[in-house]
Design a protein around this ligand. Structure first.
Ligand SMILES: [Zn+2]
Length: 287
């Protein structure tokens, strides 16, 4: 199951979120034939996306996050709203040698020469756009810096993905936010607790996210707010692709048709194919 558990800490001077996207990552492996490296990068990004998604205020709010560090994986895009997520990585088959410590080289795959860009459509006149330079391409550090610099939220984040030859064993993480009025002592305790999460995917596999909360946080004057389910779901549709094809223009469509005999559009997120032959295109122009 994919889920996020939100809690208050220290009677309200901090809050935490515990995220499990293991099933979602296994679905993504099937959809995109992800390499282990792409699995780790997309899985960590989905963990980040789950956090952003679950903190939107209204079911009609939407978001997208793009991470582009110039590495061989290319851009990673996560989007969604209302507890549903979708995501892809440009180059899903890229793999790199393991790092000296035996871990997948996510930072090397993503690169750090670029930005994390977060766009939130909150139903206001203009969407919110936050942008921050990447730190390492390891995703959690990059997201933590984004939250601090762009949204003014003091936080620490740990994300991880554990893979073996059969797929994803565990994917998820922990985000802890300091709230106004927090004391130095509380910050010290939180920093100390967070040192346990350098291999957070092992803990997600062993204890589950509720178990992580119980073991490391429940004694910190904590309050369990909510456990919310998350799903992987694309929002592409025939109507959307129709209007995209219309945007190409009749003349150009007819040229492609004459050359290839059909027009094919593939959704980046779910890889669903939309195919248009002469008959479908004629119908489209009639509408
Ligand atoms: Zn789709």
């Amino acid at each position: 199951m994919n889920k996020i558990i939100k809690t208050g800490l220290f009677g309200g001077f901090a809050r935490a979120a515990f995220i499990d996207v293991t099933d979602m990552v296994n679905e993504e492996i099937k959809i995109h034939s992800l390499s282990p490296l792409a699995t780790a990068a997309l899985g960590r990004s989905l963990t980040m996306g789950a956090y952003v998604c679950a903190n939107l205020k209204s079911p009609s709010d939407t978001f997208s996050i793009t991470v582009n560090g110039g590495g061989p994986l290319g851009s990673i895009v996560i989007a969604g709203g209302d507890h549903a997520l979708r995501g892809y990585v440009d180059n899903a088959s890229v793999d790199l040698p393991l790092r000296a410590d035996g871990h997948l080289d996510v930072g090397g795959g993503v690169g750090k020469d670029g930005f994390i860009t977060v766009i939130k459509d909150l139903g206001l006149k203009e969407p919110y756009v936050g942008r921050c330079e990447l730190v390492s391409g390891e995703i959690a550090e990059d997201f933590a810096k984004y939250l601090l610099v762009s949204e003014g939220i003091k936080n620490t984040a740990a994300f991880g993905v554990k893979v073996d030859k059969n797929g994803c064993i565990a994917a998820g993480g922990v985000v802890v936010e300091a709230l106004p009025g927090i004391t130095e002592d509380m910050l010290f305790i939180l920093e100390d607790v967070m040192t346990n999460f350098s291999n957070v995917s092992d803990l997600v596999a062993e204890k589950g996210v509720k178990g992580i909360y119980d073991f490391y946080f429940s004694h910190l004057d904590a309050e369990l707010y909510a456990e919310e389910d998350l799903t992987l779901r694309c929002n592409c549709s025939q109507e959307k692709i129709d209007s995209m094809i219309k945007g190409i223009g009749k003349q150009e469509c007819e040229e492609i048709l004459a050359e290839r005999g059909y027009i094919e559009a593939v959704c980046h997120f779910c890889e669903k194919k939309y195919v248009y032959g002469k008959e479908e295109l004629d119908k489209l122009w009639e509408k």
